[in-house]
Design a protein around this ligand. Structure first.
Ligand SMILES: Cc1cc2nc3c(=O)[nH]c(=O)nc-3n(C[C@H](O)[C@H](O)[C@H](O)COP(=O)(O)O)c2cc1C
Length: 209
């Protein structure tokens, strides 16, 4: 029995295109992996701790190789709890919209909590090394516009580039992706066709995930 963690990063509930595609994947996944569990983390509904004050100080204490003070330790517990939950999964699905060419701020807050020395990455003789190893991840990216890789517009895409950088930094190597878009450009019928194709792709990836 394996655990799949689904990180849902659009606040638009059933209207969300990224959520619709990820939900299609999960529906098929649950059929083909009946013994597995799916744990959903809704980034906009979860009560994520702010990453500031003593929590930031506690991070620097680790970076400087020192012991936490009792106050830092207490503040750090909230961070550790979220990282432990994240690392407890065997597989991951992340769905997110593009916001201002990048990612929604709540997802960035979650990433700032997760990326910690000694927990999700380390720094050794060979430089940085990710510690979340041998786990597959599927990322569903929704965006209103079109940002073809290698094109002038593609340079504006800080959503996919950043997520791939973050995932690679903490150790992911098996990264699959579905780009859902453009969701706000073109005729409604073309948008629907694009969405149907994305949903089909999501379903087809599920059985071997
Ligand atoms: C705050 C905000 C910022 C956005 N910024 C961009 C953007 O920079 N580029 C783009 O192509 N679409 C942008 N959009 C449109 C969304 O990416 C698009 O509607 C996408 O389908 C939303 O995904 P969702 O349906 O899963 O929420 C933005 C939408 C919002 C609400």
């Amino acid at each position: 029995m394996q655990k799949l963690l689904y990180i849902q990063a659009s606040p638009r509930k059933e209207r969300s295109k990224s959520t619709q595609v990820a939900s299609a994947f999960l529906e098929s996944y649950q059929k083909s992996h009946a013994d597995d569990t799916v744990d959903t983390l809704n980034i906009f509904e979860e009560d994520l701790p702010t990453f500031d004050g003593l929590k930031v100080q506690a991070k620097y204490t680790i970076l400087h190789g020192k012991e936490h003070t009792p106050e830092e330790r207490q503040a750090w517990d909230a961070i550790e709890k979220i990282i432990t939950h994240f690392k407890s999964a065997d597989k991951y699905v992340l769905s997110l919209p593009m916001w201002n060419f990048s990612i929604p701020y709540r997802l960035k807050q979650y990433i700032d909590i997760l990326v910690q020395p000694g927990y999700t990455f380390t720094f050794g003789e060979n430089g940085y090394e990710g510690l979340v190893k041998d786990k597959p991840v599927l990322v569903v990216y929704a965006r209103g516009g079109s940002f073809p890789e290698g094109s002038e517009r593609g340079a504006f895409d800080m959503q996919k580039k950043y997520i791939e950088l973050f995932l690679g930094f903490i150790g992911f190597e098996n990264i699959q992706s579905i780009v859902v878009g453009p969701t706000l450009q073109g005729e409604p019928i073309d948008i629907q066709t694009m969405l149907d194709v994305s949903i089909q792709k999501a379903r087809s990836l599920a059985s071997n995930f």
